[in-house]
Design a protein around this ligand. Structure first.
Ligand code: FA5
Length: 348
């Protein structure tokens, strides 16, 4: 076979192969095999030395033309394959902007946390400190410092979880007042504090009782504090939580750590005092306990009861939330049912 026919054949075979390949690596391999130093074209060019002087330039020009055509074919195929890769990638990355977006469900603080935050923020604005205390408490602070010695019948008012003879799960937030009074330096000014937190009682769970619930304790100790200060403080609190039109009334009660002691009712925010199922047709709803701090409690904490006095109150945020939002079962707060809890989106 003469060189020209050989070159034509080479062109035919390889041009077809270049057109057929769908793979960039394979195309590169074809290029190396075909045009490389040991490739068939170089081989043909080497054979030109045996040609006559007349034929050599013709075959040389033809060989160069074949080589150049094949190079062009490889470059064109390479460009087409690279373009195909880009198109494939673009197709995979296509975003359908008409698809509905994923719904992001934002959490919200628990309704009890919201009520407690609100009451805390309110009292901070009135110059009160917020003070924490331990939930595992000593009998000494939970009862004895609060004028409830061992075997005193008042202990029956709060059925308590004991851990041993001295340690218990606190049954009220009042021990925090005892702890704080004991260390407060009254020469530096009055004591105004609230203490929010969890408390525990051996109450049987039902719609209005939980064995674990929350309280917010309030305490003010200074010279010349009167029952009028207590009443004004609680009226302003009731109006803040339950609405500006609310009134309060104090009824005599008993707590060992306050004397006199009162139960505080707020005028019904549903019926405005006219009578409805929420206030059991009395026009009033009981919301908290309070009183003037008993001199025995002041003395036990080392505070001079002749020079200082004050008031204290203890409210149940669980009951506040039930009243405010018309929730009829306290257990709803503790069951973690998102359908219930997500109703109370935080405002603002
Ligand atoms: C006390 O615990 C007093 N330490 C409050 C106090 C403080 C009075 C300072 C005077 C001065 P009492 O046992 O009434 O009081 O509880 C206070 C509030 O806790 C109640 O008004 C009620 O809202 C809430 N509470 C009591 N027991 C439960 C319970 N088992 N489940 C849910 N809330 C309760």
């Amino acid at each position: 076979m003469d060189l020209k026919t050989k070159l034509e054949q080479l062109f035919e075979e390889n041009h077809k192969q270049i057109g057929r390949t769908g793979d960039l690596d394979e195309l590169n391999q074809i290029r190396v095999n075909l045009l490389g130093k040991k490739g068939p074209i170089t081989e043909v060019l080497r054979g030109m030395k045996d040609l006559s002087a007349d034929e050599r330039p013709k075959v040389g020009a033809f060989a160069n033309q074949i080589k150049s055509d094949l190079q062009d074919a490889i470059a064109a195929r390479k460009a087409a394959l690279e373009q195909a890769v880009i198109q494939k990638k673009l197709a995979q990355e296509t975003i359908d902007v008409t698809l509905p977006g994923d719904q992001v469900i934002a959490g919200t603080p628990h309704i009890l946390a919201q009520i407690m935050d609100d009451v805390e923020t309110y009292f901070i604005g009135q110059g009160y400190q917020v003070i924490d205390g331990p939930e595992v408490e000593e009998d000494h602070y939970n009862f004895e410092m609060l004028n409830i010695p061992k075997d005193h019948p008042a202990r029956d008012m709060q059925d308590t979880f004991y851990l041993d003879s001295q340690l218990l799960m606190r049954s009220q937030t009042s021990p925090v007042q005892a702890r704080t009074m004991e260390i407060h330096d009254f020469t530096q000014g009055p004591l105004k504090m609230i203490s929010p937190g969890r408390v525990y009682r051996r109450d049987t769970d039902d719609a209005t009782h939980s064995h674990q619930f929350h309280q917010i304790e309030g305490l003010v100790i200074d010279k010349h504090i009167t029952m009028a200060d207590l009443k004004g403080t609680l009226l302003a609190l009731a109006q803040h939580v339950f609405g500006a039109d609310r009134q309060i009334r104090l009824r005599p009660s008993f707590f060992p750590f306050t004397e006199p002691s009162v139960e505080v009712d707020v005028s019904c925010f549903r019926c405005n005092g006219a009578g409805c199922p929420i206030c059991k047709y009395s026009g009033w709803i009981e919301v908290l306990g309070a009183g003037m701090v008993h001199p025995n409690v002041l003395n036990a904490a080392g505070v001079d009861a002749d020079a200082y006095g004050g008031f204290a109150f203890g409210l149940g945020p669980d009951r506040f939330a039930m009243l405010k939002y018309g929730i009829d079962d306290i257990r709803s707060f503790y069951q973690g049912d998102v359908r219930f809890l997500s109703q109370f989106q935080q405002e603002g």
